[in-house]
Design a protein around this ligand. Structure first.
Ligand code: BJW
Length: 249
C-alpha cells in the first residue's frame, strides 16, 4: 500500500462524501469498464451506452444489460469487505451531532445496499430497474427485459429501457450531490478512473469548498488529490475506515 502527501485529519472529518466506481465491485466478480478485460473491450461504448445506440439497436442493448443483470443476481456475486466497511462508516457517523454522510455510486449494481448502506445515491441509475420512456416511471425488474416486454403503466410493449444514465444524459440526484460536495470536509473517491464527467470533477468541487480529498484505487488516477492510498479496495477501504473511526474515538 502506498500513501503520500498529507494524511487525513480524521478527527476533523464531520461531513463525509464518498464516491465509488466500478473498482469497488471488481473483487466481487463484476467487471470494470476500462481495464484490459473490461466491458469496453467487448462492446463499443457508443453502441451500448448512448441513447443513439439504443435507438439503433435496442435488442443488442437489452442483451448487454440482461447479461449483466443475470450475473448480478447470481448467488456468487456478493458485497466485498470494501462495501461492508462503507456501510459501517455510515452507521458509525450518521447519528453523531454535526456529522453527515453521503455515498455516491456510479455503479448500477446493488452491492452497497446489500452491504447495508442507506445514505446512498445511484447517480448512473440501477440495473434492477427499468423505466417507461412515455411516463418516466421506474419499476423493479429481475428478469430479462425484451423488446416485447409490456410496460406496467402504459400496457404497451416497446416503451421500456434500462433505468441507467447513458452518455449525453443527465446523471441523477445532481442537486443533492452538489449540495453535499460543497458542504463536506472529507471527500473519498474509491475505484473510479476519473474518465467520466461530472463524477470526475467532484473532487475538485469538494476541494474548492475546503474538503480534504483522498483517492483509494489500485493506482493513482489524478495527482491533484491530497492523499492517495493505492491497493485493492477490499483491503485498503476497510483499513482506511478503521483508521478514520479509531481517530474519532
Ligand atoms: C480498482 C480495483 C480494485 C479496479 N480496487 N480499485 C468532454 C469533456 C468533458 C465531458 C464530456 C466531454 N464530452 C462529453 C462529456 C460528458 C460525458 C463524459 O464524461 N464523457 C467522457 C467520455 C469525456 N458525460 C456524460 O455524458 C454524463 N452526463 C453529463 O455530463 O450530463 C451533463 C450534465 C451533468 C451534470 C449536470 C447537468 C448536466 C453521463 C455519463 C454517463 C456514464 N454512463 C456509464 C454507463 C452507466 C450504465 C452502465 O453501467 O452500463 O457509467 S459509462 C461507465 O463509466 C459507467 C460508469 O459509472 C462510468 C465510470 O466508470 P468507472 O466506475 O470509473 O470505471 P472504470 O472502469 O473507468 O475504472 C475503474 C477503476 O477502478 C480504475 O481506476 C481501476 O484502477 C480501479 N480498480 N480494480 C480498487 N480491486
Amino acid at each position: 500500500m502506498q500513501q503520500d502527501r498529507h494524511h487525513t485529519d480524521m478527527v476533523a472529518a464531520r461531513r463525509i462524501v464518498v464516491l465509488t466506481g466500478a473498482g469497488i465491485s471488481a473483487e466481487s466478480g463484476i467487471r470494470t469498464f476500462r481495464a484490459s478485460d473490461g466491458l469496453w473491450e467487448d462492446h463499443k461504448v457508443e453502441d451500448v451506452a448512448t441513447p443513439e445506440g439504443f435507438a439503433a439497436n435496442p435488442v443488442a442493448v437489452h442483451q448487454f444489460y440482461n447479461d449483466r443483470r443475470r450475473l448480478l443476481l447470481n448467488a456468487s456475486i456478493r458485497p466485498n469487505p470494501a462495501h461492508t466497511a462503507l456501510a459501517r462508516l455510515e452507521h458509525s457517523v450518521i447519528d453523531l451531532p454535526g456529522h453527515d454522510f453521503l455515498l455516491i455510486t456510479q455503479n448500477i449494481d446493488n452491492l452497497h445496499e446489500r452491504a447495508g448502506s442507506r445514505a446512498l445515491v445511484h447517480m448512473h441509475g440501477e440495473l434492477l430497474k427499468m423505466r417507461c420512456e412515455q411516463s418516466g416511471l421506474s419499476f423493479d425488474i429481475r428478469e430479462d427485459l425484451m423488446l416485447d416486454t409490456c410496460c406496467r403503466c402504459c400496457r404497451e410493449p416497446g416503451n421500456l429501457r434500462p433505468d441507467v444514465v447513458w452518455f449525453g444524459e443527465i446523471p441523477l440526484s445532481m442537486a443533492k450531490i452538489t449540495k453535499a460536495l460543497t458542504q463536506c470536509d472529507l471527500f473519498i473517491a474509491i475505484g473510479t478512473s476519473g474518465n467520466v464527467y461530472p463524477a470526475a470533477g467532484f473532487f475538485e468541487l469538494a476541494r474548492e469548498h475546503g474538503a480534504h480529498t483522498v483517492e483509494l484505487n489500485l493506482e493513482s488516477t489524478n495527482a491533484d488529490f491530497d492523499e492517495h492510498i493505492c491497493g485493492p479496495a477490499s483491503t485498503v477501504v476497510p483499513d482506511y475506515v478503521e483508521r478514520l473511526l479509531s481517530s474519532a474515538n
